[in-house]
Write a protein that binds this ligand. Structure first.
Ligand SMILES: O=C(O)CCC(=O)C(=O)O
Length: 260
């Protein structure tokens, strides 16, 4: 993948997101696929979230880092260095999760901003962002992410409970949709969407016959240490690993799980 350019960082500022095409190689994604599908439990407890139509999205979330492939990805320079620039300084790992939208049953995500949730965790500023890595190809048919381009400039809007999820105030979302562009972010495996915590986003249920798994790595600025203890970590220095460790960790783990 080509290095991030100034234009990419400008796009993040202007649009609230930027897609790094091919940030992870086909081989790295093949290993993530193998490891994740063989043992998603590595990511910790799996939770089911229902959408308004009763479809289920499974997610497996972890707040800590270990000596595994997921952690090598979170710690990799190719993820951390752009995040530092986007968030204006040192960042730390807030959590990471695999969202597993299975064929036919994988549920929708309602319109929300991540800072709509994280605000309540004692995070004073929206100096937070996520990087969503496509493990499978993400298409319109299998429920790729949709974003409202530039909506992060609105700041945080009200959120309330929608089915098992927390959703944004639809009066504002509908106005936003009249003024800003709705973009379906389709991705190939390895493509990575970096997006601001105030960017409005959602996704459709997966009614196709192909899975749509994504690994989402979330970061907070070190200077935005939550003022209270909550279910995601407070500031902890993030050890950054060279990019090569991703492939090494994937190969080692696939071997340990006897997948290769
Ligand atoms: O997986 C998706 O499509 C959306 C996930 C999301 O918005 C979230 O985890 O906050």
């Amino acid at each position: 993948m080509a290095a991030f350019t100034d234009a990419d960082f400008e796009a993040f500022e202007r649009d609230g997101y930027v897609v790094a095409r091919g940030l992870f190689s086909a081989e790295e994604m093949r290993l993530l696929h193998l490891v994740g599908k063989a043992d998603a439990g590595l990511l910790g407890d799996t939770l089911d979230r229902h959408d308004t139509s009763g479809h289920v999205t499974r997610l497996a979330l972890r707040n800590d880092l270990r000596d595994d492939l997921y952690s090598a990805i979170v710690r990799s320079e190719r993820m951390v260095r752009p995040m530092e620039r986007m968030l204006g300084g040192e960042v730390y790992h807030y959590h990471h999760k695999m969202n597993m939208k299975e064929p036919k049953v994988g549920g929708a995500w309602e319109w929300h901003q991540d800072y709509g949730y994280w605000y309540d965790n004692g995070c004073l500023f929206p100096y937070m962002a996520s990087a969503m890595i496509a493990v499978d190809e993400a298409t319109i048919e299998n429920g790729c992410l949709q974003v409202i381009k530039g909506s992060h400039h609105m700041g945080r809007i009200e959120h309330g409970v929608v089915a098992d999820q927390t959703g944004a105030d639809m009066e504002r979302v509908n106005q936003a949709l009249k003024q800003m562009e709705l973009v379906h972010v389709t991705m190939q495996p390895g493509d990575t969407l970096f997006f601001h915590s105030n960017l409005l986003h959602r996704s459709d249920a997966n009614l196709s016959d192909k899975p749509r798994w994504v690994l989402i790595c979330c970061y907070n600025a070190a200077r935005n240490d939550p003022y209270k203890v909550h279910h995601h970590p407070n500031y902890t220095p993030l050890e950054v690993w060279p990019d090569e460790r991703v492939l090494e960790a994937g190969q080692r783990q696939a071997k340990e799980l006897q997948l290769v």
